[in-house]
Design a protein around this ligand. Structure first.
Ligand code: NAD
Length: 418
């Protein structure tokens, strides 16, 4: 299926092949587990504020429909394309299965730099994209959520466009909405807090004291900033953070509140007075207890993996580590990897809670949400760690194997087509 050809899809496919060999999956079952069930490409004409019209390319990929509706984020970024979105949808499948959620994986996106559009243009783009997706999404079909470059406001526009078309309010069509229109308490912070929780578990496993330890975070958006605040709450010093423009470094620890105010005002960490500038490449190689890539795919590569100086690599982003880097990391057992499908699963877990609350019109307190989240993350962390130790395999292979096996078994139980 060359339609998905892209370096990120090749990477996800390569990871799947390793798992298929490890689980001894018969050849006849492999391609139908690997390739997405269906994909949609749409053209989105948007009238710009100056009266001109520009057409953007939009995508939605549903990876498998075996266990329930599909679930996954919507990404606004200039590099979005079909192969990239398909890879992210495949990872969502293994992540949902690892967490035992009744979903297949999905992902969507628009090839656009949201920073170049006004709020009105972004709203028109989002509403048009949603309109095109209407036959393809729904609370029992496919449920979008925020991802890179999108947020609660994007989800509110999507939910409104879908509901207007349906003729009644359908909060369960998206998750990551504002709380006032059916969103869940704790969803905004869920991914970053989950990252923080799992780093705490990894530290405990390695007998590293959280208090006084150091963290470096690439990406200071939803995931990176909430991971930073969660770590700081447990006494971890965040010594460097970055965004798409570059980073700031302060070996004594950054003042996160002041940094957050700076980012709110300037929309970038650059220029923050409480640290020295550092570029993204050097930031990844700083000595620290935990390194959290929380931005884009393919940041830890065969080129820089040998130079990482962290004790824990906590993958907040999806697909931040290439297979070439994994080969090098396998030779560096001093680095404990919390693989992406486990590390950032807090987001989809609380999205699931939001969907359940919407379907029942019965809403939970924030502490109920967080307690249930940490319980699910704890179970998945223990299962992955045990599989990794018992079978003497890397944490990534352990986590992926648990996820892929669940989908494979469900497929075998149902038959050839789902
Ligand atoms: P976001 O748009 O809120 O933030 C992204 C951050 O990364 C921004 O600070 C941006 O400037 C920075 N960035 C972008 N390109 C960069 C680059 N080349 N180098 C360094 N920094 C760069 O997005 P987010 O929701 O925080 O998502 C970040 C990652 O986490 C993505 O890989 C996403 O798929 C993954 N993720 C997000 C969620 C969620 O709930 N939002 C859940 C699971 C996984």
């Amino acid at each position: 299926m060359t339609v998905y050809q892209h370096p990120t899809f090749d990477m996800a496919a390569h990871q799947f092949d390793l798992v298929a060999d490890h689980l001894d999956i018969p050849v006849n079952d492999r391609d139908r587990l690997k390739f997405p069930k269906r994909a949609l490409t749409v053209a989105i004409p948007v009238r710009r504020d100056d009266g001109s019209v520009r057409v953007f390319a939009g995508y939605r990929v549903q990876h498998h429909l075996t266990l329930g509706p599909t679930k996954g984020g919507v990404r606004y970024h200039p590099d979005v394309c079909l192969g990239d979105v398909a890879a992210l949808a495949m990872w969502m499948s293994w992540k949902c299965a690892l967490m035992n959620l009744p979903y297949g994986g999905a992902k969507g996106g628009v090839a656009v730099d949201p920073r170049q559009l006004s709020l009105g243009e972004l709203e028109r783009l989002t509403r048009r994209y949603t309109q095109e997706l209407i036959p393809f999404i729904g609370p029992q079909i496919d449920i979008p959520a925020p991802d890179l470059g999108t947020n609660e406001q994007t989800m509110a526009w999507m939910m409104d466009t879908y509901s207007t078309q349906t003729g009644h309010c359908v909060p369960g069509v998206v998750t990551g909405k504002p709380v006032g229109i059916g969103g869940s308490l704790g969803r905004r912070e869920a991914t970053g807090r989950g990252v923080g929780y799992l780093i705490g578990r990894a530290f405990e496993t390695l007998a590293i004291q959280q208090s006084g330890s150091t963290a470096v975070i690439q990406g200071f958006g939803n995931v990176g900033s909430h991971a930073a605040f969660s770590l700081a709450k447990h006494g971890v010093k965040v010594i460097a953070v970055s965004d798409f423009q570059g980073g700031v470094h302060n070996p004594a620890g950054l003042d996160l509140r002041a940094l957050d105010q700076h980012v709110t005002a300037q929309r970038t960490v650059q220029g923050f007075a409480g640290g020295e500038p550092i570029d993204n490449a050097n930031l990844l190689e700083l000595p620290c207890d935990v390194l959290v890539p929380a931005a884009m795919e393919r940041q830890i590569t065969g080129e820089n993996a040998g130079r990482l100086r962290c004790r824990v690599l906590a993958e907040g982003a999806n697909g931040p580590t290439t297979p070439e880097a994994d080969v090098i990391l396998a030779e560096r057992p001093e680095i404990f990897v919390i693989p992406d499908i486990l590390c950032n699963a807090g987001g989809v877990v609380v999205s699931y809670f939001e969907w359940v609350q919407d379907l029942q019109s019965f809403f939970w307190s924030e502490s109920e949400v967080m307690d249930r989240l940490f319980r699910l993350l704890e179970g998945a962390f223990q299962q992955t760690l045990q599989a990794s130790r018992k079978q003497r395999i890397p944490m990534r292979l352990a986590a992926l194997s648990i996820g892929v096996k669940r989908v494979w078994e469900a497929r075998r139980a149902r038959g050839l087509f789902p």
